[in-house]
Design a protein around this ligand. Sequence first.
Ligand code: UD1
Ligand code: CA
Length: 460
Amino acid sequence: MGLKVIVLAAGKGTRMRSKRPKVLQSLAGRPLLSHVVERAQAIEADDIVTVIGHGADQVRTAFSGQAVSFCEQTQQLGTGHAVQQAMSVIDDEDTILILYGDVPLTAPETLKDLISLVSDQHPLALLTMTLSDPDGYGRILRDAHHQVQAIVEQKDATPEQRQCKEVNTGMMAAQGRLLKSWLTRLSSDNAQGEYYLTDIIGFAVADGYEIATTEPQSLTEVLGINNKAQLQTLERLYQREQAEKLMAAGVTLIDADRIDVRGTLSVGQDVTLDANVQCIGSVTLGDEVTVESHCVLKDCTIEAGSHIAAFSHIDGASVGSHCQVGPYARLRPGTQLAANARIGNFVETKNAQIGEGSKVNHLSYIGDAQMGAEVNIGAGTITCNYDGANKHLTQIGDQVFVGSATQLVAPVCVGEGATIGAGSTITKDAPAHTLTLSRGKQISLKGWARPVKKASETKK
Ligand code: UD1
Ligand code: CA
C-alpha cells in the first residue's frame, strides 16, 4: 500500500503562445512542473507519475535524471482520459493523489489534509474552493444535507448550477481500487466531448459513498496558470511568500515587493537586502551581510559582515568575511575572496583567489590569478590570461604593489613584496622586494605647436 501521485500535464497551454509546453514555463526560475514535483516529494509520495502529451520529449529531457516517471497521452481527450493513461501504475491498495502540472503552489499541508480524508467510508476526497467569481470552473453540486452529489463543468451547467460558488480545484485523492473501477465507466457524452475525470464523483455517489471535501488555506494554492499574465501574478505571489519567510527569519528587506529568490537563499542574522536584489540558485549570506540595490547573486556564498554595494554581479564566487565589493563589480565563477578583501567599481574577476586584505579597487580584470594577502592592485590593471588558445596563471605574492594601468602577461609571477611601476607591461617574472617597471622613456619636445583648424573649416 503506497501513496502515488498522478500529475496531469499533457495539455498544450495554447494561451501561453509559446513553443515550450506549458509545464516547462518558468516560475521563480524553474519549470512549473518542478514546483508540483517538489510538493509531491514533500509529502513523501512513493511514486510520482506525470502524464505528458504536448512537448512530451521536451518535458522528459528537462526532467531526465529526476525521480519522476512519465506516461504519455497522445491525444488530449480529457482529464479522465489522462488519468486512464496512468492506470497501470495504480495498485488496488494505493492511495492516489491527482495534481495538475499547471497548479504549482499547493501547500504540502493541504495535500496531506486531502489524503488524510480518504478512508473506507470516504474513498474519494476533493479539494474545493469557494470563489466570489467561479467563472470557468467545474461547480460542486450538494444536496439538502450538504452532501456532494456531482461536479458539473461550466459548459454543461444550467444557469442555476452556475450560481454555485463552490468549485472544483481539480485536485483529489482516492482509493486505488475504486478509482480504477470508476475510470473504466467514463464516457465522453458531454458538451466538450471529453472524458471528464469529474464524472467519477457521480459514480462514487451512485455506489453509495459519501464524498469528503476540504478547502486550502489560501487561494494562491489552487491558482492555475493558463497565460503569461497569470504566470506573472503567481510569480509575484510566490516572491511575496519568499519575502515573508525571509522577514520571519529576521532579514531586513527594504522593499518586500522588490526582491526575487529563484532557488534557495540561506541567511544568518541581521542580513539586509535593499530593493531589487536577485538571488538565483543556491545563495548563502552570513551574519550582518548587507546587499545594496540591484545586485544579482547567483550560486554564491558571502560570509559575515561583508558589504556588497549596488549593481554588483556575483556568480559562482565565494566572498570571505568583512569584504567590500562594488559598486558595479563582477565576480565570475571561481572567484574566492579571503577575509577583508576589497573589490571596487568596474572590476571583473574570474577563477581568481584574492588574499586576505588585498585590494583591487578600480577598473581591472583579474582572471586565472592567485593573489596573496595585503596586495594593492592599481587602477586599470589587467591580467592578460589568454593567448588566443590557452589560459595562463598569474601569481602575485603577499604585499605586492602593482602600479596603475599595468598588464601582467601570464604565465607570470610577481614575487612577495615586489613593486611594479605604473604603466608597465610585465612579461617576465618580477623578483620579490624589488621595483620592476617597463616603460618607454618620457620625452618633451620643445618648440612643438598644436595644429590649428584651417580657415575654411572654422566657417562651417
Ligand atoms: C478542470 C476540471 C474542472 C476544474 C478545473 C480546475 C475536468 C473535466 N474539469 O477543468 O472541474 O474546475 O480543471 O482548474 O476535470 N489535461 C491532460 N490531458 C487532457 C486534458 C487535460 O493532461 O486530455 C491536463 C492539463 O494539462 C491540465 C489539467 O489536466 O494540467 C486540467 O486540464 P484543463 O483542460 O485545464 O481542465 P479544465 O477544463 O480547466
Ligand atoms: Ca478543458
